[in-house]
Write a protein that binds this ligand. Structure first.
Ligand code: HEM
Length: 537
């Protein structure tokens, strides 16, 4: 008994000593940080640093607030304070951002957000080890699914107008679009019918997604950070945490069932072919089958194989459907605020002599292309992301900075562990790069872009919306054609108007930026538009 209690006490002392050591390390760290002489705003809160003022801003301008006020005051490369006086680097210097994004092994997502993400995504490490599923040829094959599902949504909204008995009716377009992009990922990803638009069918998975991605639950909370720092706290469940965990297990259960079914089908078909699965033989229908075949190919080295969880979660379920439905929702919103753009776009859409366009036909429409680009620039669904230096490094700068001691530097030294923001939306809407009208939605700007935007290190279209470098979004081709197919079908069918005053619409970020109506917060995320059938004369 005495032995047990002395072991327990030793453990308690060891734990306390460890906590004290970590605490002292934490307190001293900022004073030795390589960012300590970098200019930046004074911290506004002892505990939260500058975090509260950032989070209090509408999330659409999260980090743009820095761009507009702090960058003008302190320069392109600055630091601000986060939790417990720690420094965070914020730079809009394109040379620096290019360095950070292209050296993706040296600048990874911080362990902390990898911990949060791993709760959503599963724990595998490198999910882009191999991925045959997102090339142009595959997307071309998937386009009929996009068009078909877009038409189903159109018919659903059309039925709502009929039901209202009015010429026009109010529709929460976010809801329909989110269900449709889920249906699309179901068919394109797994050849599976989620049937999410069917009001009769209670959709467990759609509800789970809604819980996970809802941006209206709770406010700014440090609890997840504490849980990350002190693992035993993970045992304590808040109500929000409990619902999140339940939703996660629904997502895993349904997802893993799909993976198992597909894997069995692939094994069966491989057995009937009486040969191993060769990588060169890959010709799958849905993306999951394609990925499973690639993953099981006999000539694939073991180190490149993905776990079942990775195959599923990393590639399909989480990554794409919320961001795409947000982008399309914001596109319709932007069209309500620019009726001339909506009219011009519709006119172009009717120049195609088909109601079921191919990928190449959709891509042949320049104004549709410009509208989609402009939407993704102004309303980037992922507004910023974060990276942490994995080693000490020297970051090259296009614009030198003067430190707080008055010394000029043309490179920035960072220590291992330095945390930094990748300001996606701030770069997309930077006045310095795009001109004074950078915040305005103007598809025409894509006819002749300012020279400065050529050096934005984005994987697509001179914007940062899909990020850049080796860890850029792998689903961007998928999303672009999907969004175009949705817009094609919906804008040909309806005229759209905003159903509430524009200042009542607010953006909130969780994973993607989703809209809320300020005067109807209790309703949760929504985008209420008034839809009227378009009568072609
Ligand atoms: C408008 C729609 C989309 C936007 C704005 C978007 C944006 C992004 C961004 C910013 C990242 C980088 C996040 C970070 O590292 O911090 C990312 C990563 C990723 N995206 Fe997308 N995405 C979209 C749609 C999709 C779709 C449809 C898919 C798949 C079907 C997809 C698959 C992925 C995957 C797998 C990654 C992780 C890449 C990696 O870490 O190597 N995305 N996306």
């Amino acid at each position: 008994m005495i032995l047990v209690s002395s072991v327990l006490w030793s453990l308690v002392y060891a734990g306390l000593a460890y906590a004290l050591f970590k605490g002292v390390q934490y307190v001293l760290k900022p004073h030795f940080s390589s960012l300590r002489y970098l200019p930046g705003p004074p911290r506004s809160d002892l505990i939260y640093g500058n975090l509260k003022e950032i989070f209090q801003e509408e999330n659409s301008v999260l980090h743009e607030v820095l761009h507009e006020s702090w960058v003008e005051k302190y320069g392109n490369t600055i630091k601000y304070k986060v939790f417990l006086n720690m420094n965070r680097l914020y730079t809009v210097d394109l040379k620096a951002l290019n360095h950070i994004l292209t050296h993706s092994a040296d600048y990874q997502k911080p362990l902390q957000s990898r911990y949060f993400l791993s709760r959503i995504l599963g724990k595998g490490e490198d999910h882009r080890k191999q991925n045959p599923a997102f090339g142009p040829a595959q997307i071309r094959e998937l386009t009929p699914i996009f068009v078909d599902q877009a038409d189903k949504l159109r018919d659903c909204w059309d039925a709502e107008i009929s039901k209202s008995g009015e010429e026009s009716t109010r529709v929460n377009v976010l809801d329909g679009l989110t269900k449709t992009t889920l249906n699309i990922i179901g068919w394109a990803g797994f050849n599976y019918d989620f049937d999410a638009l069917n009001p009769e069918k209670k959709n467990e998975l759609a509800e789970a997604f809604n819980t996970i991605f809802s941006t209206t639950e709770g406010g700014f909370s440090l609890w997840p950070l504490f849980q990350y720092l002190f693992p035993p706290l993970r045992l304590i469940q808040t109500e929000r945490g409990r619902r999140f965990s339940q939703a996660m297990s629904v997502m895993r259960r349904i997802g893993m069932q799909l993976v198992r079914e597909k894997k069995a089908a692939v094994i069966e078909s491989a057995a009937s072919e009486k040969s191993g699965v060769e990588r060169k033989d890959l010709h799958g229908r849905d993306l999951l089958t394609l990925l499973i075949r690639a993953n099981m190919a006999t000539d694939l080295p073991e180190s490149l194989r993905l776990s079942d969880e990775d195959v599923l979660s990393r590639n399909f379920l989480v990554a794409g459907h919320e961001t795409t439905s947000s982008a399309t929702t914001w596109c319709l919103f932007a069209l309500t605020q620019a009726p001339e753009v909506q009219r011009k776009l519709r006119e172009e859409l009717f120049t195609l002599n088909t109601a079921a366009p191919t990928m190449d036909e959709l891509n042949s429409l320049p104004y549709l292309d410009a509208v989609v680009r402009e939407t993704l620039r102004v309303h980037a669904p992922v507004s910023s992301t974060i990276r942490e230096a994995q080693k000490d490094d020297i970051i090259p700068l296009a614009t030198p900075f003067k430190d707080t001691r008055g010394q000029l530097h043309d490179v920035l030294k960072v220590d291992k562990g330095t945390s930094m923001i990748i300001p996606i939306l701030a770069i997309n809407r930077s006045r310095a790069l795009w001109g004074e009208d950078a915040f305005e939605f103007k598809p025409e700007r894509w006819e002749s872009l300012p020279e400065a935007v050529a050096s934005i290190p984005g994987v697509w279209g001179n914007v940062m919306s899909f990020l850049g470098g080796p860890r850029a979004c792998i689903g961007y081709r998928f999303t672009l054609v999907e969004t175009k197919a949705l817009i094609f079908s919906l804008v040909r069918a309806f005229e759209f108007e905003l159903a509430v005053p524009p200042e009542d619409i607010k953006k909130k970020s969780q994973v993607a930026q989703r809209p809320i109506v300020k005067s109807e917060m209790e309703t949760g995320n929504q985008m209420p538009l008034r839809l009227k059938r378009y009568q072609r004369i």
